[in-house]
Design a binder for this molecule. Structure first.
Ligand SMILES: O=C(O)C(=O)C[C@]1(C(=O)O)C=C[C@@H](O)C=C1
Length: 393
């Protein structure tokens, strides 16, 4: 039996701080509880109160939080009782039903952007029938998973035309989530405008900076001034809500439908093969398998020295493990290092290397490769071992 606490936030955002208190005071909220964002901005929590040895003892869950403007909000569940409890359970009321997580099995998946963003389509492709939860920023999507507001996050990591989404590489390390899957999505951009607006009326175009980069040639030929915003669908929503007559948006056909915009041009990306790879992130890693193609993503750093990166890559090539991606990012807290030979005054940049390889961590070869790498890497973390998306290979 689960207890449900309900609090309505006037301006809910996934950055609101929420604490859960068990009651009576000797009980504990178990580490696993469910939370669900409601459309009206409310948050519903369901969980069991257990005692210190994990036995359910009834009680209630209190949920306290502050919203963006700092006001304290709260909600308290009904009492729930064990069979030895002196109080009898109350019959369910219609209010209980509307507060409960009836569709509790539906996965909640955070993505960055507003409705109609490509990331929303990626979330739906990765988890059909999921509830896709829009987030303002990439960080918010990570935090929403960490705070149990959602179950997964789906984030773009690289695009076949625009390259890597560096911000998300940095966030993978800053947060402690695990990569549990990948999904590749064909990106087909459209030029959108308000009804009645013609191509020749347009002076500027808004979109996500990656989307603008993917349409570089087309937009240059059209002579449009480009302006970057948070996401493609956000650009569509903005021109629609402000009824702009001289500004278009680069976004999906889905966004055109949602925001009642006209499609002035279709497939405006510079190459028809425009694919974005998204990662699925969760609080817990999945158990790596061997029955199907798996990928593993790691991040490591190395000491300075001739051939160090070559030595690191060799731990894979010598075991015939195929690498699919390598990305280097500055090592933030130690970006520069003075040369050992300080007499010449030279400094080196220090890097983190992100590597994807085609093997499962259940595979002995992969374990041996990482054991070998660990012998000389100054830092090593496995970000996840997950089934490869082979749908577009
Ligand atoms: O703005 C969106 O619609 C997104 O989902 C973001 C994003 C990205 O960050 O690369 C995703 C896919 C496309 O490559 C363009 C933009």
């Amino acid at each position: 039996m689960a207890s449900t606490a309900h609090a309505v936030w006037s301006a809910a955002s996934t950055t609101d701080r929420i604490r859960l208190h068990p009651s009576p005071s000797d009980s504990k909220i178990p580490s696993r509880f469910d939370s669900k964002l409601r459309l009206d901005g409310g948050v519903v929590f369901t969980g069991l109160c257990t005692n210190s040895d994990g036995r359910w003892i009834g009680g209630r869950i209190e949920c306290v939080g502050t919203n963006n403007s700092g006001s304290v909000m709260g909600g308290l569940s009904n009492d729930v009782v064990t069979k030895d409890s002196p109080t009898l359970p109350k019959p369910l009321t219609s209010t209980d039903l509307s507060n409960s997580i009836a569709e509790g099995s539906q996965l909640r998946v955070a993505y960055q952007g507003v409705r109609g963003a490509y990331s929303e389509s990626a979330a739906e492709k990765a988890y059909p029938n999921c509830e896709a939860v829009p987030c303002e920023q990439f960080d918010t999507a990570f935090e929403a998973v960490e705070r149990w507001l959602v179950d997964r996050a789906v984030l773009p990591i690289e695009n076949s035309l625009g390259g890597s989404i560096h911000r998300n590489y940095d966030l993978l390390l800053r947060h402690r989530l695990h990569i549990v899957g990948e999904v590749k999505l064909q990106i087909r951009h459209c030029l959108l405008a308000n009804v009645g607006v013609k191509v020749e009326n347009l002076r500027r175009v808004l979109s996500h900076q990656q989307a603008l980069a993917q349409c570089e040639n087309t937009l240059t030929k059209m002579g449009l001034v480009r302006e970057a915003v948070d996401d493609t669908a956000g650009a569509a929503k903005f021109i629609a809500s402000h009824q702009l007559q001289d500004t278009g948006a680069v976004a999906s056909a889905t966004a055109a439908r949602i925001y009642d915009l006209n499609i002035l041009a279709q497939d405006i990306q510079d190459d028809s093969d425009n694919v974005t790879r998204f990662l699925m992130l969760a609080r817990e890693p999945i158990i790596p398998g061997t029955g199907r193609p798996f990928k593993t993503s790691i991040v490591f750093s190395l000491d300075e020295g001739a051939g160090m990166l070559c030595k690191a890559l060799n731990v894979f090539s010598s075991r015939e493990i195929n690498l699919t991606k390598i990305e280097s990012r500055p090592l933030r807290k130690r970006p520069l290092r003075a040369s050992d030979d300080s007499s010449n005054g030279s400094q080196y940049f220090d890097y983190l290397f992100y590597l994807d390889f085609e093997a499962s961590m259940a595979d002995q070869k992969a374990q041996n490769a990482l054991r070998h790498l660990k012998e000389f890497a100054t830092f090593l973390r496995v970000l996840g071992s997950y089934p490869a998306d082979i749908s577009m290979s």
